[in-house]
Design a protein around this ligand. Sequence first.
Ligand code: UP5
Ligand code: MG
Length: 196
Amino acid sequence: FSPEEVTVVFVLGGPGAGKGTQCENLTKDYGFVHLSAGDLLRAEQKREGSKYGELINNYIKDGLIVPMEVTIALLEQAMKEAMKEGKGSRFLIDGFPRKMDQAIKFEEVVVPSKLVLFFECPEEVMLKRLLKRGENSGRVDDNIESIRKRFVVFTETSMPVIDAYEKQDKVKKISCDQPVDQVYQHVKSIFDDLFS
Ligand code: UP5
Ligand code: MG
């Protein structure tokens, strides 16, 4: 992909910060294609004949980061499909990159990102949201043990990615400890400036 041809926005933030929720809104209003790395991994995990099913399930349950070869291949494939189907060439990549080597690799082999949205949210707020969602989400990682592990991995491994992009002046920070509509107004103001 060439940077003239496609636009990639990374959407990052802790577990339960509201990445998926806000991406859905952006998809409707700005014609971006929403690709959640977690959703792609969960779909691959369920796909009959996938050689990664068991591996993905184990990593997700423990809140660990799946080897990047798997995730990058799924993202690249989903981007190609979306473009072939005429869905557009502007992508919200949600929940990826979660580790520095993934960020470097993706930008090298796929395309450099234009912008990084960082959804900032206190842990206790995210915890409450995830436990509530866990009542009926069916996600193997929406339980207290897995959530604790996801928080540790986010702080230790994924925050440094955001810090690195901050040094490149690529990050727009959004406070997520507010109602969905209010958070979206802030996101919208950023997108109106850059993408309308
Ligand atoms: N909610 C949302 N916004 C709200 C608001 N403003 N006020 C009140 N409630 C709000 O939201 C979570 C819940 O909160 C929902 O019930 C929502 O209604 C409510 P959501 O929008 O789903 O938040 P999101 O940030 O998307 O949370 P998610 O749980 O999806 O975040 P994670 O980053 O933990 O999950 P993801 O699916 O990205 O990854 C899961 C696992 O996959 C990882 O732990 C890892 O094991 C693996 N993975 C990789 O290995 N590599 C990758 O690149 C990506 C994932
Ligand atoms: Mg999500």
